[in-house]
Design a protein around this ligand. Structure first.
Ligand SMILES: *Cc1c(COP(=O)(O)O)cnc(C)c1O
Length: 224
């Protein structure tokens, strides 16, 4: 099956308000161009070096999303062009992104990554840590970042009930944060959840951004 056709099938199933990030990590420039030429403009990568290389080689109207764990010392490489960072998991990282955003004379959109899975390996904040960051005085001084929502990953399992309860928990946390800190801010609107194996459950649970790799580009050599 071609990439263009895969994209078309997925897009036909998406409600209008759900944004599709095509996760192109490990896949070559040619594959991204195939999706681009089919009209898709939003791509996600999980490694800074790969993201920067692809940005440099591909058309400049692509919207690039950083979806992987981000180290503070690498923020500077993506700050000039990144559209949305999904994986912010500390105040320290927020401060660094704000600093680099100022240097680049722009505002950078970010999501707070929330830990919802019962696997040890997943990054992210718990609800308390997210509340702590958002209520801190320091957070209020970060004028060059826009927190537009939250992101999370469900446990890697076949058990639909576990996945569903984790996505519902993420949505509840989104509602709580919105009510408490962003009630007058219409920019706080996104819940990034759902991958190839679980995006339908995610959409049923209120997802606004899904991040899809394998069912567009094919299997990767390695997972994540
Ligand atoms: C790789 C990755 C995805 C996409 O995974 P698929 O199973 O290939 O759809 C989504 N989100 C994150 C954070 C990833 O690292």
């Amino acid at each position: 099956m071609s990439i263009a056709r895969n994209l078309k099938i997925i897009k036909n199933e998406l409600p209008e308000q759900v944004k599709l990030v095509a996760v192109s990590k490990t896949h070559p420039i040619e594959s991204i161009l195939e999706a681009y030429n089919a009209g898709h403009k939003i791509f996600g990568e999980n490694k800074v070096q790969e993201l920067v290389q692809k940005y440099e080689q591909l058309p400049k109207d692509i919207e690039w999303h950083m979806i992987g764990h981000l180290q503070t010392n690498k923020v500077k490489f993506i700050a000039p062009f990144v559209s949305l960072i999904h994986s912010v998991d500390s105040l320290k990282l927020l401060k660094e992104i704000n600093k680099e955003a100022i240097k680049n004379n722009r505002t950078i959109n970010v999501l707070l990554e929330i830990f919802i899975a019962n696997e040890e390996t997943k990054f992210g904040l718990d609800q308390e840590e997210a509340l702590e960051i958002l209520s801190s005085d320091e957070f209020k001084t970060l004028n060059n970042i826009n927190v537009s929502g939250i992101m999370g990953m469900a446990t890697y399992t076949d058990n639909i009930n576990i996945i569903k309860s984790e996505f519902e928990k993420l949505y509840d946390i989104f509602t709580l944060l919105k009510t408490k800190y962003f009630s007058k801010n219409h920019e706080f609107k996104d819940v990034s959840m759902g991958m190839s194996s679980d995006f339908k459950i995610a959409i049923d649970s209120g997802s606004t951004i899904i991040r899809i790799g394998s069912i567009i580009f094919g299997e990767r050599e390695y997972y994540k």
